[in-house]
Each structure stands twice: as C-alpha cells, then as structure tokens.
Design a protein around this ligand. Sequence first.
Ligand code: ZN
Length: 273
Amino acid sequence: MPELPEVETIKSELAPCIVGHCITGVTLFWDRIVRQPSLEEFCSCIIGQKIIGIGRRGKYLILNLSSGKVLIIHLKMSGSLLLKPALAEPDKFVRAIIHLDGEVDLHFRDPRKFGVMWLVYDKDTVVGKLGPEPLEAGFTPQLLAKLLKNRTAPIKALLCDQGFVAGIGNMYADEALFAARIHPLRPGGKLSSEEIRRLYNAIQQVLWLAIGCKGASVDTYFRPGGELGTAHFQFQVAHRLSGKFCPVCGTTIERIPIRNRGSYFCPKCQPQF
Ligand SMILES: [Zn+2]
C-alpha cells in the first residue's frame, strides 16, 4: 500500500503537470471509486474546474479546485495516478480518467479496486480525524511521548493507526521500529523516554530516506510518469521473507502477525523484554 513517502512523491511529481490546468471531463470505468457525492453530481461539479493546488494529508492526496471544493484521493492497497498523453488508451486496471486541458490526462490505475475519491467542500469531513503529520514541525519527541502515554496497544499497531500518527503503514513502521531497536509488540505506554527519542529519530530517518528514493515499489506502486521508486532497496527488515538475516547482527528475521499484518523484526536487535 502506498504510504506517506509514496503519496508525497506522487504529489510532488504531479504538481508541475496538473496545477493550473482545467478538468475537461471524467471517464469512470468503476463507479464505486467515487465515494461522495453521487456519480452525477461528482461529474457535473468537477468538469470545468481548475486545479489550483495539490497537497497531502497522511496517505490522502488533496487537489484544491477553483470552486472551493477539494478532490480527495486515497490510493488504498494498489492505486497509482499516472500521467498519460491525452486520449491514450487506458490499460485494463484503469478505473477512472480525469481529462485535463493540456497534453496529459490523469489515469487512476487500481488493480484491486479499493481506491476512492471524494469531492467535498470541507476536507475535514474526510481527513479531519487523522493524527499529526510525522514530518511537520509540530511533531516532536515530546508530542510522541504525550501520545504514547498510557497506551497499551503494541507500538507497531499504534504507528499504523492513522488516528495516532498520519501516513505510516506496515512497511515504514517495521523499518522505524528496527532502526529504533524496539520490538513491535512492546506496549506503546511502556517505552522509555530514550526509546521514544530513538523512535522519533527513526521515523524521521526512514520517511525522509524513502521520499529521497521516490517511494518503494514493492507491489503495484508507480510514480506518475510510470517509473518505479527505489526505497525498498534500502529496507532493512520490511518485506523480507522469513529466513533472511538481520543486516546488523546476522540473526534470522522473524515475522509475526499484528492486527492481521505481517511484521518483520530482528529478535536480537529488538528484544521484547
Ligand atoms: Zn539483528
């Protein structure tokens, strides 16, 4: 699933190609991709709108339109937004095309069909309950400590909880916990202040590194131009099949399920007790 670094890359690479352009039409191949409003209203309200800005909140892309409405896109498990020449033939996994007035169209490609779009006035009706942005100045070790206080859930589950902190998912939670040498099942509220400081630094480090690599193409993620990201080549534990070795100590990486997601960690570098 695209996480913060992937969505941030998509935002940065789409911006110069779509901001300032008008939406001239929408073609939908999968109606359920529009969550809100009705299909008719979605199409009639979006046509003729100019895209005046693009932002990101957590894993959501937010396109500001000239009407004052916002088009919010979540790529979910397998979505990509691809810039294609106008009138290019869509492949079989393209669920929607946003036609623009320039030379490119935006193809929403989504093999697993979980991706969603909303067209709303108030973005907070969609993204208002998200936790803090981990790369913004307001996210500090002190804030992380405050958020963790008295939390009994495993730290891995908290990091993946979008209401706790926005944008981190399975891959970057595993990477941050490995870099911070914290076992994924440790209860959030039991971390020492030293461990919280390490975790804060690890979150910054893994997310910025992945943004620098334009995201991780472990599954179906493509950058808007169709290129792959390379962040997965930097992964220490995430997405390793069990049986690979810890790059630090050589111990076999283990995989355990936490809230139905596989978590990879080194049992020696990340002791549980
Ligand atoms: Zn190790």
